[in-house]
Design a protein around this ligand. Sequence first.
Ligand code: NAD
Length: 258
Amino acid sequence: MTTELRDKVGIVTGGTSGIGRDAAVLFAKAGAKVVVAGRREAEGKETIDLVRAAGGEGLFVRTDVSKAADVQALVQKTVEKFGRLDIAFNNAGIEGNWMPIAEQSEEDWDRTIDINLKSVWLSLKYQIRQMLKQGGGGAIVNMASVAGLIGSAGAATYCASKHGVMGLTKAAALENARSGIRVNVVCPAVIETPMGERLFGEPEFKKFALGLHPIGRFGSPMEVAQAVLWMCSDRASFMTGQSLVLDGGFLAGPNSPA
Ligand code: NAD
């Protein structure tokens, strides 16, 4: 157990697997009470079991983050159970269907934008409302990706959604800087999660993707969770409106042959 988030109350969206699950457990280990939001009941309960096993307190709230009523209820239930809201990690997201724009359907676009971008706007809206009601103060970290900073052929909608999260983060940070609510964004390259496996699990794609990471491996969900914990803690008290890139050297420049 550590104490970086002692007495804080936090929400983690998409906490039913991958990065969100590790972040929820790490937040709990750091002393936070954690509300895990996701669509899948059984997996949500598994995360709460892990939170409790880590010595923490948690609550699972079934939430589709693309639905305003669900996100509003999530914040409400957090406050009902734990009395306040101090931190949030808006992490839920999908990869959508990766294919050229000319072949993509309007439904794909709408679904990916709703789950990856509209959801962050909804989360910010209700989380910030609550934080302001409490008199200000708080820390929010949104999930983007290296795809929020560069393009990727075949992943236009995903890239657009993550670039959108970058813009939302900056605007929200500016609007709330004087209220002591910090808003930042994290941009990982490929991380070993169910999503990472879906996208890059095939040997051919894995080889290609590994070649983009000068460090020679993909990241782990816990490496992202550790950075997000720091961004949510008071140790990051002068950071707002910023992005933190966790990419094993991906964006530093062209990789040299192994
Ligand atoms: P994951 O698929 O394991 O986790 C995503 C979580 O979001 C799942 O628990 C899923 O159920 C949840 N979710 C999806 N739609 C939702 C909705 N409408 N409402 C509530 N929850 C919903 O994948 P992950 O890799 O842990 O992804 C987490 C975030 O990290 C995503 O936003 C993703 O875009 C981002 N990301 C992932 C990688 C990677 O390589 N894995 C890299 C950069 C960014």
